[in-house]
Design a protein around this ligand. Structure first.
Ligand code: HEC
Length: 118
């Protein structure tokens, strides 16, 4: 096989592999965090150490989320008191007790192992 026959194919492969990361790039969308006032502050501050989606499986009221945010500040989160309050309010709106938890498969009922002696 002649080498120059391969070149167009290799160029096509190179073009694809250069283009692919560009498609994947861009800021993560954090789809578990619903839209709401304070979301950008939450994403910025709460991404400093772990995913900002970490509270998505928490449920609480303003008081509870203030406690959580305070605990993260004691962990080292950098936030002004005003930012901390905005985040607590965002989380209380986004994840109230009334909101169902992210759906995990409901466990199937345990098999009926009771021997039926008849
Ligand atoms: C300075 C690092 C840091 C930042 C910033 C940070 N966290 Fe954390 N986070 C931790 C550490 C360390 C843990 C594990 C220890 C713990 O639970 O306190 C944790 C755990 C958590 C947990 C799991 C706790 C549980 O009880 O299950 C949640 C929820 C959480 N963080 C939410 C947040 C939120 C919301 C923010 C933004 C206000 C935030 N984190 C910012 C360090 C951080």
């Amino acid at each position: 096989m002649r080498v120059d026959a391969l070149v167009p194919g290799l160029l096509a492969i190179a073009a694809v592999s250069v283009a692919t990361p560009a498609i994947a790039a861009g800021p993560p969308d954090y789809s578990m965090l619903p839209p709401g006032k304070g979301r950008e502050v939450q994403v910025r501050v709460c991404s400093q150490c772990h995913s900002p989606e970490r509270p998505a499986d928490k449920r609480g009221d303003l008081r509870g989320f203030r406690t959580l945010v305070d605990r993260m500040i004691r962990n080292g989160a950098l936030a002004t008191p005003a930012e901390a309050e905005v985040i607590a309010q965002y989380l209380a709106n986004a994840f109230p007790y009334s909101k169902p938890l992210p759906s995990y498969e409901a466990p199937s009922p345990a098999p009926d192992n009771t021997a039926k002696k008849r």
